[in-house]
Design a protein around this ligand. Structure first.
Ligand code: PAF
Length: 279
């Protein structure tokens, strides 16, 4: 695997392959990321991953400085998956040089859910993803469904700015007991790790209600809240049953289905997860 530490180095590598599948990451890779690399490789021939903990998507009170980092281990994992290239900016100044003064703000789908709890977060995500796509020029870019709102935002970014890349959203990878893979799971103590299973229990309870015929979105949200409130270690940030594309909260689940999503804090760890309901 070739490792580029600068934009020029990556561009030289990019020129050597006709099609490229990109997996943008902030590192501390897990099976979810690796499944994206495998898919990128199988669909595009060559895969590239980016590893950059993007400061502009973290608020001042968030975990930017403590975000888990394990670069050498990440590079070994990518090599083992046959990833062709890694773009690992040698420092934040590669992405944000002196005088950098541009910010992409996406309307409509960023005011709710994560965007309501983390103001400015999606401006940081949209800006860095636009830069990463411009730098790496992939044929397709792969994102995990676990960050459902991020997927909606990135799709809109690419559509609104006519970026010549296909965005591929891949299913959430879970541990055997149902916890969605996330780099932040590393923060959980053993009792918190056990408590975190309430997240998938809440989502599956609402999904079971839906399967049994419940179409009242308020009732689905109430089911998730009820299950979550049974876990003393879980503090709810939000529960949502929203339109899968506009992310507007639904009164009733219609033909377009719904995105059930939630965010909870377990100790100091914030966990997100979601399930898509289809008709
Ligand atoms: O999902 C992530 O890891 C990040 O938000 C991304 C897409 C790499 C942008 O920094």
């Amino acid at each position: 695997m070739e490792i580029a530490r600068s934009i020029a180095e990556f561009r030289a590598l990019r020129a050597t392959v006709p099609t490229l599948g990109l997996v943008p990451t902030m590192g501390f890779l897990h099976e979810g990321h690796l499944s994206l690399v495998r898919r990128a490789r199988s669909e595009c021939g060559a895969a590239a991953a980016t590893i950059f903990v993007n400061p502009t998507q973290f608020a001042a009170n968030e975990d930017f400085s403590s975000y888990p980092r394990a670069l050498e281990r990440d590079l070994d994992l990518l090599r083992a998956e046959g990833c062709a290239f890694a773009f690992v900016p040698s420092g934040p100044e590669v992405m944000y040089p002196a005088g950098f003064d541009t910010r992409i703000e996406i309307g409509g789908v960023t005011g709710m859910l994560e965007g309501a709890v983390r103001p400015g977060h999606f401006d940081g995500v949209a800006t860095v993803v636009a830069k990463l796509l411009n730098i790496t020029q992939p044929t397709r870019a792969y994102f995990g469904q676990k960050d459902a709102q991020q997927c909606v935002v990135v799709r809109k970014l690419v559509r609104d700015l006519d970026m010549p890349v296909e965005i591929v959203v891949c299913r959430t990878v879970r541990t055997e007991d149902g916890l969605a893979m996330s780099s932040r799971n590393a923060y959980l103590s053993p009792p918190e790790r056990q408590a975190a299973l309430v997240v998938i229990r809440a989502l599956r309870a609402a999904e079971a209600d839906f399967t049994a015929g419940q179409r009242d979105a308020g009732a689905l949200r109430a089911t998730m809240r009820e299950v979550l409130s049974g876990e003393a270690l879980a503090a709810i940030d939000y529960v949502s049953a929203a339109h899968p594309e506009t992310l507007a909260e639904l009164d009733e689940v219609g033909a377009e289905g719904a995105l059930l999503s939630l965010a909870v804090r377990i100790g100091k760890t914030r966990l997100l997860d979601n399930l898509v309901l289809g008709l």
